[in-house]
Design a protein around this ligand. Structure first.
Ligand SMILES: [Zn+2]
Length: 173
């Protein structure tokens, strides 16, 4: 049995490790959404086109891809999709998520085979864990069926080329 002091040391170590992880995550998030706020999110139109095609191709199954891009001053530009190996089903595409470690990724995109682009409870978990911005495209997978969310699941808006689009939320219509 561990002495009280040993137990306290182990507990303190765990606590410190957890605090460090939280601090790093907080710093990263404040970098993007705090002092150095992203003012614009621009998604290349061919990325949008690929998302629409990929969703149609995979329907009624779900797919997940990562959003690759770069920061240009205070704009985040999403210019490519980073694919990963995954096993998808019509229920969920989240088995075996593999983060592309060699690429800079800023978030995720996945499809909903039904006609709601509102995040599910699993999505909220995914959003908090993998990146900062997230897209959901719902059936029938047109440009207007794409909705953007931040890591907390709050709605965010993005631009495609020079055109500002406000994607509709079907649940609220
Ligand atoms: Zn989802």
């Amino acid at each position: 049995m561990k002495s009280k002091t040993e137990k306290n040391i182990t507990e303190n170590k765990c606590l410190r490790r957890r605090n460090l992880k939280e601090r790093i995550l907080k710093k990263l998030k404040s970098f993007f959404f705090g002092e150095y706020r992203i003012r614009r999110i621009v998604i290349k139109s061919d990325v949008i086109k690929t998302i629409m095609e990929f969703a149609k191709h995979n329907h009624p199954k779900e797919f997940v891809a990562f959003l690759g891009g770069k920061m240009r001053n205070d704009s985040l530009e999403i210019d490519k999709l980073l694919y990963q190996r995954f096993y998808s089903s019509s229920d969920s595409a989240y088995f075996r998520i593999e983060i592309p470690i060699n690429e800079k990724f800023f978030g995720t995109v996945h499809n909903h085979p039904n006609n709601s682009n509102t995040p599910s409870s699993e999505d909220s978990f995914l959003f908090g864990k993998y990146g900062l911005i997230h897209l959901i495209i719902s059936y029938p997978y047109s440009q207007e069926d794409i909705a953007g969310y931040d890591f907390k699941g709050h709605r965010i808006y993005f631009e495609i080329k020079d055109k500002k689009i406000k994607s509709k939320n079907k649940e609220n219509i």
